[in-house]
Every structure is written in structure tokens, then in C-alpha cells.
Design a protein around this ligand. Structure first.
Ligand code: GDP
Ligand code: IMO
Ligand code: MG
Length: 434
């Protein structure tokens, strides 16, 4: 099968960007299919560090197409800024293609994101404030602007006539900062976006399917993680898109029978940004110590990520939803030098042992983690040298930890990552496109 997908198995920030960049070498196109610039994907190439929010991670590989699919919501000004940063770093954007069906995040969406959070009072979601939720709301309400509109003044006119007065009223109702939008202003903005980005806009479903029909290879890059999925995540502490396997199809216009291998990107421990239940969270100084060791600070907002032990109840939930065929097991080096590493294998909820992730937030808040403790391992000096030697060079107890995860989940850890660089990746499979 000529497609590969990478999906976060936890609450995001598992290292999807690193693995996408690594596997993009063998692909013809890399496709983002959901989310927006709430994502922050860090990629280390030699001495350079790239933090991508909207551009697919394949953009860093020469000669590849980097596709922003219809399921993504786009803050056009932020996209242009990100493109400029990459151009300044000497990277080409010739391969960028943007779906004409992708929705646009407008300034009022960002204002509404903040206003909705205020309404939630002492139970905010802790959004990234990027206007993601309000933009997806408009898509479903059928009043959103789409990327194709930057080349279609009639469409802008049609949408703006309904949406601009509606948003003004809505912001007024929220008592939020008023919307400065005028019909003329919107017309001008779309025309200028058309000039800046028009050549990149096309029907990306046709493009991607044509690549596959011609025997090409397509890599799908998920954003966020399965536990932030709007249907299956820790609702309402989720994002507003389909982050699970099914999201690939609706968000890129590729049929389910074309999806081949699905790699679950699984951090060797767990992190979460923002609010919401987190059963295996480590509270207090020990949690902060793991945060320090792992450099767990948000790529997008700079917020400290909450940290905890690996949770296999979460892994079971996400693998069922996404159909993972391999794990990419990330950041194992961060667990170096712990005397004991803990793995949550079930929850105790009101005296009952639970192994399926519950939908009820109050149940999750009462859940106590049930751990299996495994012996830790000593760290090493040079991760590149260890990775070059291969999997067997890793400490015995680390390999036992990996084996434990493989056995409990029934999924092979085909990629093991021990550092942020491309060269700190142990690929136990290699034949990804066969
Ligand atoms: P993403 O959102 O899933 O792409 O992940 P982020 O980029 O937000 O966060 C992952 C962070 O861990 C980034 O800073 C990566 O450079 C870094 N990283 C990725 N893999 C590894 C690894 O195996 N070890 C260590 N120490 N860092 C890693
Ligand atoms: P990547 O792709 C981690 C979280 C936010 C918040 C919730 C809703 O880098 O893994 P939103 O702004 O989407 O409405 O916020 O989702 N969130 C992420 N957490 N990694 C991400 O992306 C995230 N994108 C959104 O912190 O809790
Ligand atoms: Mg991230």
C-alpha cells in the first residue's frame, strides 16, 4: 500500500513532526488533514530547529509535495508568516498545495475563542486561543469562508453578507472586543490573499488521489492526538476536529480503502497541555522534574505541559480508534536514569478495575491509576552513536520496557526514538513503503 499515516496516540506533542520528517524521505507527498495552527511540530535538521504549525513537515524535504488538506482550518496571515520564515531559512515552498475546500480562521474566530473560554468560567478548555473551535463551528454551521474564496470574489460576497453582520452581533452579545470587519475590508483582504497564495490553491483530493493512481507514495501527518478527538477524546477537553484514523479520509478526500499502515506516535510517558482529566499525571515536584527532563513546554503557546507515566488504557483506546499497525515509541531517552518506571495498565474507579477508557469526565476524575513497576536503566552519553549501533545497543531494561508495551498492546514498536534528531531514530522495520 502506498500510503502511511502518523497519528498521535495521546494528547498531542508525541513527536509526530520528527517522525513525519523522518519518513517523508521516502514519500512523494506529505498531507495534513485536520487541525490548524494549534499544532506545533518541532523538527531538528542538523543545527536547525523548525517549529511548524500549519505547513506539513514534508516541506523540509526537497522535491516533495506538502499538502494542506480540506479538513485543516487556516489562519492565512499566520500561514504567510510561516512561509516567509521558511523562505528566509532558504527553504523552497514550490511544493506547497492548499485545498480550496479548507476553511479560513478569521480574526473574529480568535476573539470568539477567548470569549467562549471566559464563559466557561472555572472550567475552561485551555484552548490555544487560535480560533480553532469557532472556525470549525462556522464550517458545520455552513457560514465559513474557504480557501477557494481567495480566488472567487462572488463567493466572498455571498459569505460575507451573511457572516459579517452575524459575527458582529455575536461578539456584541459576548461583550467581546467588537469586530472591525467591513464588507470592503473583507473583499480587499481576500484579494490580497489571492495574490499571495492563489498559485498554491487547488483541489487537493484530486491531486492526492492522482499521485496514488500513478503509483506515488503519500504520508499523512496527524495533528493533536486521539485523546483530543472531538468525538472520542476527553470531551469537552478536546480540540474541534477528528484526530483519529477516520479523520484522514474526511480531511483529505481519500477513501478508507486507500489507507495502508497507520503509525501510532506514542511518547514513552504522557503529557497534556490545557485542562482535562489525566489519570496517570504525576503531581508536584516529580511531575515538574519529568517536565524539565523532557523539555515539555508547548511549541505553540509555551505553556508547561502536564506530565505523567505511560498510560496503556489510553493506548488501548487510541489503537482501537486508529487501527495502528506500528508504534513509533518516542522520547525513551527522557526516562533514562529513573530507578523505576511506571506503566498504568488499568484504572480503579469506585473499587472496580477498568481497562476501557470511560467517556464520563467525573468517572475519570475519580479514577486511580493501577501501575506495573518496571526496573529503570542507566543513560548513555551519545544517542547518535547508540542509534547508529541499532536496537540491541540499548540497555536491557529499556528493551524490556519496550517489550512490555508491545506485549500488552499487541503492536510492534517499529520505530524507537532516543533524541530529537533524525540520526537519533532506530528504525526496526525499514521497508515502510512495501
Ligand atoms: P508533535 O506536536 O507531536 O510534533 O511534538 P512536538 O514537536 O510538539 O514535541 C515533541 C518534542 O520532543 C520536540 O521538541 C521534539 O524535538 C522532541 N523530540 C522528538 N523525539 C524525541 C526523542 O526521541 N527524544 C527527545 N529527547 N526529544 C524528542
Ligand atoms: P500538536 O499537533 C497538544 C489542546 C489545547 C487544549 C485543547 C483545545 O502539536 O500535537 P484548541 O486550541 O485546539 O481548541 O485547544 O487541545 N491542543 C494541543 N495539545 N498538542 C497539540 O497539537 C494541540 N492542539 C490543541 O492545549 O487543551
Ligand atoms: Mg506539538
Amino acid at each position: 500500500m502506498a500510503t502511511l499515516a502518523i497519528i498521535g496516540a495521546q494528547w498531542g506533542d508525541e513527536g509526530k513532526g520528527k517522525i513525519t520528517d523522518y519518513l517523508a524521505e521516502g514519500a512523494d507527498a506529505v498531507v495534513r488533514f485536520q487541525g490548524g495552527n494549534n499544532a506545533g511540530h518541532t523538527i531538528v535538521v542538523g543545527d536547525e530547529v523548525f517549529k511548524l504549525h500549519l505547513l506539513p513537515s514534508g516541506i523540509l524535504r526537497k522535491g516533495k509535495l506538502a499538502v494542506i488538506g480540506n479538513g485543516v482550518v487556516i489562519d492565512v496571515n499566520e500561514l504567510i508568516k510561516e512561509m516567509d520564515t521558511l523562505k528566509a531559512a532558504g527553504r523552497s515552498l514550490d511544493g506547497l498545495r492548499i485545498s480550496d475546500r479548507a476553511h479560513i480562521i478569521m480574526a473574529y474566530h480568535k476573539k470568539l475563542d477567548g470569549a467562549e473560554e471566559k464563559y466557561r468560567g472555572d472550567r475552561p478548555v485551555g484552548t490555544t486561543g487560535r480560533g480553532i473551535g469557532p472556525s470549525y463551528q462556522d464550517k458545520v454551521a455552513r457560514i465559513g469562508f474557504r480557501m477557494g474564496d481567495i480566488l472567487d470574489p462572488d463567493a466572498v460576497e455571498r459569505v460575507a453578507k451573511v457572516t459579517v453582520p452575524y459575527k458582529k452581533d455575536l461578539l456584541g452579545m459576548f461583550g467581546a472586543e467588537p469586530c472591525q470587519c467591513t464588507l470592503d475590508g473583507v473583499r480587499e483582504r481576500f484579494a490580497s490573499w489571492g495574490k499571495a497564495l492563489g498559485e498554491h490553491v487547488c483541489d487537493t483530493s484530486v491531486l492526492v488521489n492522482d499521485i496514488l493512481d500513478g503509483g506515488g507514495k503519500v504520508l499523512f501527518e496527524g495533528a493533536q492526538g486521539a485523546m483530543l478527538d472531538v468525538d472520542h477524546g476527553t470531551y469537552p477537553f478536546v480540540t474541534s476536529s477528528s484526530t483519529v484514523g477516520g479523520g484522514i479520509c474526511s480531511g483529505s478526500g481519500v477513501a478508507p480503502n486507500r489507507i495502508g499502515k497507520v503509525i501510532g506516535c506514542l511518547k514513552a510517558y504522557t503529557t497534556r497541555v490545557g485542562e482535562g482529566p489525566f489519570v496517570s499525571e504525576i503531581h508536584g515536584p516529580e511531575g515538574l522534574e519529568l517536565q524539565r527532563r523532557g523539555g515539555e513546554f508547548g511549541t505553540t503557546t509555551g505553556r508547561g505541559r502536564r506530565c505523567g507515566w505511560l498510560d496503556l488504557v489510553v493506548a488501548e483506546h487510541s489503537q482501537r480508534l486508529c487501527g495502528f499497525t506500528s508504534w513509533a515509541l518516542m522520547k525513551l531517552d527522557v526516562l533514562n536514569d529513573y530507578e523505576t518506571v511506571r506503566v498504568c495498565v488499568a484504572y480503579d474507579i469506585d473499587g472496580e478495575e477498568v481497562t476501557h477508557f470511560p467517556s464520563s469526565i467525573s468517572k475519570l476524575e475519580r479514577a486511580e491509576p493501577i501501575y506495573v513497576d518496571l526496573p529503570g536503566w542507566e543513560g548513555w552519553d551519545d544517542s547518535e552513536a547508540v542509534a547508529a549501533e541499532g536496537y540491541k545497543a540499548l540497555p536491557k531494561n529499556l528493551r524490556a520496557y519496550v517489550k512490555f508495551i508491545e506485549k500488552r498492546t499487541g503492536i510492534p514498536a517499529d520505530i524507537v526514538s532516543i533524541g530529537p534528531k533524525r540520526s537519533e531514530t532506530i528504525d526496526r522495520r525499514g521497508d515502510w513503503w512495501s
